[in-house]
Design a protein around this ligand. Structure first.
Ligand code: C2E
Ligand code: CA
Ligand code: CA
Ligand code: CA
Length: 264
């Protein structure tokens, strides 16, 4: 085996034990309602506190978790931990705080997935309307029929659905009108250059207009500057998420941020 293969095997062995060893951590990134200038939600983003390698970012282990199927139990842990945390923040006074959680394709292949989500909502006492599950276009084109059934079942429970990384997938736009999603999250790649490149601004405007005509909420990811925020506010987008407002924060720091950005 070459070095890369050995490292991958080591990482995989570690990943298998990480859940039992309690090595996963969630960071939460606040989401701003532009018009109300108020935090309306947080997105849970997983990290792995690796005993030797330090804090690993999702890009360093989520692909491996997906290849090995470990993403299913990890995802269950993420949903459960995040639901319980957000319910605690709601109880502490942030009564309408929403939680966003990312899903992988493997969750849609698991026939028990909807039941698991239901059980977690019951156990944590989080109202389903405060949970937003994020799926990507690329996930939707796999096993379309089952995916659609699962999405509808999740929607029927009262959960909100968001289409993540919008604009980066390969699927055609025609499927959008059939999808039970509430929100489009415009990918960061459309945001970087909106204030400097007219072509990027034109693309962003076209995507927003389409989403608005389908009556979808528009959330913009990766907003880093005041200028970018102004651009998307001008286009009447509902929400932004990005370093300009806040980076993803560890639990305690997020709690402080939420208390401070709370309306009087
Ligand atoms: P995502 O769902 O698109 O999450 C947004 C990513 O953009 C996060 O990276 C966040 O830290 C980063 N980000 C937010 N605002 C800005 C900004 O203003 N500028 C820049 N440059 N970046 C920004 P992160 O935390 O590294 O997560 C990467 C991806 O890993 C996520 O992309 C998501 O696809 C995946 N992921 C994270 N947590 C989970 C999880 O619990 N389950 C699954 N299945 N996937 C996850
Ligand atoms: Ca996401
Ligand atoms: Ca995204
Ligand atoms: Ca992404």
């Amino acid at each position: 085996m070459n070095i890369a293969a050995v490292e991958k095997t080591n990482l995989e062995t570690g990943l298998r034990h990480a859940l039992a060893a309690n090595q996963f951590v969630l960071h939460y990134q606040p989401q701003l309602d532009i018009e109300r200038n108020k935090t309306v939600g947080v997105e849970a983003l997983v990290r792995w506190a690796h005993p030797e390698l330090g804090l690993l970012q999702p890009a360093q282990f989520i692909p491996l978790a997906e290849d090995t199927g470990l993403i299913v139990p990890i995802g269950e842990w993420v949903i459960k931990t995040a639901c319980s945390q957000v319910r605690a923040w709601q109880d502490a006074g942030l009564s309408s705080l929403r939680l966003a959680v990312n899903l992988s394709a493997a969750h849609f292949r698991d026939p028990g997935f909807v039941a698991i989500v239901k059980r977690i909502l019951l156990e944590t006492q989080l109202d389903p309307s405060f949970l937003q599950l994020e799926v990507t276009e690329n996930l939707l084109i796999q096993d379309t029929e089952r995916t659609m059934t699962t999405l509808k079942a999740l929607k029927d429970i009262g959960i909100q659905l968001a289409l993540d990384d919008f604009g980066t997938g390969y699927s055609c736009l025609g499927y959008l009108k059939h999808l039970p999603v509430n929100t489009l999250k415009i990918d960061r790649s459309f945001v970087n250059n909106v204030t400097t490149h007219p072509e990027d601004a034109a693309l962003a405007k076209a995507i927003i207009a389409m989403a608005q005509s389908l009556r979808l909420r528009v959330s913009v990811e990766g907003v880093e500057t005041e200028g970018q925020l102004a651009f998307f506010a001008d286009q009447h987008c509902e929400e932004i998420q990005g370093y300009h407002f806040s980076r993803p924060l560890p639990e305690e720091e997020c709690a402080k941020f939420l208390q401070q950005s709370r309306p009087p």
